[in-house]
Design a protein around this ligand. Structure first.
Ligand SMILES: Nc1ncnc2c1ncn2[C@@H]1O[C@H](COP(=O)(O)OP(=O)(O)O)[C@@H](O)[C@H]1O
Ligand SMILES: [Mg+2]
Length: 431
């Protein structure tokens, strides 16, 4: 049996490779088709943690020679993004890098790349600002990408401001039109939002040449497949009741599944594939949850604080009202109407428009992405069951003690108990 490192099998914070599982057929096929069609631009969207990056990286590795990945951050301009793409092409144009027989870059092309690079550097020294010089046009960018056989991945493109995003549509057009010369040239924009148009607002005329791919959260079946794959790679066996628990706790987020399985293994001293099969049981699971809570309680607090932050006093404390109503309703996956009805039971004149605005905001990074919207089902849920349990715990404690939210203190061990209890209740109810 091959020896695998546990940290490379269960990867809660990086794209899975060893334990990568193929996604349901249509998602897989759509992406593979879109990657193969020359000139087809791609937008991948869906909830945070659904597995967009992992799917893309694995498919690119199977189908592509190489790719340039630009990670977008809040506040980045399109100029900065273009420069990042341009800078990352550097190795393909240096003479030392002969990456494959397929890529042959003429000395003229190298000269042109470095000429432009020097111009840009001089330009920055003069202006001391990251503004794009005129010479780096989308056409030239496409030309360098094309010649180096690269496609360009824009990760987390949803974080970019609207007015900056508009420029991408123009660049996509140029990349599309260059596909005759460079069949592999394409832009793949990835965003954690619930419609492709929120990632890139492209022109209607481009519709035929942009593939929109929705990556949903994982089904329980898919979560189980990750666990089975891990079992095989590490020669361990999770008790069947544990598989159900991990599915329940993960609620579609593979990262939670990876985290819990990783903790169960490392707690038992399994750092590489075991020589003889090792069984893992409920005790290991509880310990894993405890560790997870310890590691994530600060993050949970931060998400919650962001979600309910009020910048100025308004008639309604909207985030607070909405989260409370969702928690009181108890179940996951609530429609706009269900939430509105619940709120209006206590605040009869609460405006539907406020709910619409804040449901949108609560999915955004500025509010910790505390909620998520399931496009297929048309309903809202907490972004993870842990966030939900944490919010529940804080709000009930606050109400019970009649203090402000800032004053609520929950010791870690209590938090762990509450988590396990709240998941087990759901579990026992067979939900
Ligand atoms: N197909 C998959 N097989 C196994 N693990 C996966 C798969 N997709 C995602 N994961 C795991 O889930 C977590 C989140 O995935 P990621 O691709 O970062 O999601 P997103 O980009 O949608 O936010 C990572 O820990 C990753 O290892
Ligand atoms: Mg991602």
């Amino acid at each position: 049996m091959d020896e695998n490192k546990t940290h490379l099998v269960f990867t809660p914070t990086s794209p899975a490779q060893l334990s990568f599982i193929e996604r349901v057929d249509n998602v897989n096929d759509e992406l593979v088709d879109a990657l193969r069609i020359p000139g087809m631009q791609i937008i991948i969207y869906g909830p945070s943690g659904a597995g967009k990056t992992t799917l893309l990286i694995n498919k690119l590795n199977q189908l592509y020679e190489s790719q340039v990945i630009t990670r977008c951050m809040v506040g980045m301009t399109m100029e900065q993004i273009i420069l990042d793409g341009f800078d990352q092409l550097n190795p393909y144009f240096t003479s030392e890098c002969v990456s494959s027989e397929k890529i042959s870059i003429s000395s003229d092309l190298k000269l042109s790349y470095f000429g432009l690079k020097t111009q840009i550097e001089n330009y920055f020294q003069e202006k001391s600002q990251r503004l794009l010089p005129m010479q780096l046009t989308p056409q030239r960018l496409a030309y360098y990408f094309g010649h180096s056989n690269n496609c360009w991945v824009l990760e987390d493109f949803h974080k970019i401001n609207e007015e900056e995003k508009i420029k991408l549509s123009q660049i996509m057009k140029v990349f599309m039109d260059s596909s005759f010369e460079f069949p592999e040239l394409k832009i793949i924009a990835v965003g954690a939002v619930d419609s492709a148009r929120e990632v890139v607002q492209y022109d209607p005329e481009m519709k035929q040449r942009v593939s929109e791919i929705y990556v949903p959260l994982m089904s329980d079946n898919e979560i189980a497949k990750i666990i089975y794959k891990g079992e095989e790679l590490l020669n361990v066996s999770f008790k069947s009741s544990l598989i159900k628990r991990v599915q329940r706790f993960s609620s579609g987020l593979a990262s939670v599944c990876h985290y819990l399985c990783l903790n169960m293994c490392t707690n038992s001293g399994i750092y590489v594939t075991a020589d003889e099969k090792i069984n893992l049981n409920e005790d290991d699971f509880d310990k894993a949850v405890e560790k997870y809570v310890k590691a994530s309680s600060d993050t949970l607090k931060e998400i919650f604080d962001r979600a309910i932050k009020v910048n100025r006093v308004r008639k309604y404390n909207n985030p607070h009202i909405i989260l409370k109503a969702i928690l009181q309703l108890g179940k996951d996956g609530l429609t706009h109407n269900e939430i509105l009805n619940k709120i209006q039971k206590t605040i009869p004149d609460y405006p539907a428009g406020n709910l619409t605005t804040y449901l949108k905001q609560l999915q955004h990074t500025t509010r910790g992405e505390i909620l998520r919207y399931d496009k297929n089902a048309g309903n809202y849920s907490f972004s993870s069951p842990f966030v939900k349990a944490y919010a529940h715990c804080l709000l009930t404690n606050q109400a019970k003690k009649n203090i402000s939210l800032d004053e609520v203190q929950i010791p870690l061990n209590e938090l762990t108990k509450i988590f396990i209890k709240s998941f087990m209740v759901q579990f026992d109810n067979g939900k």
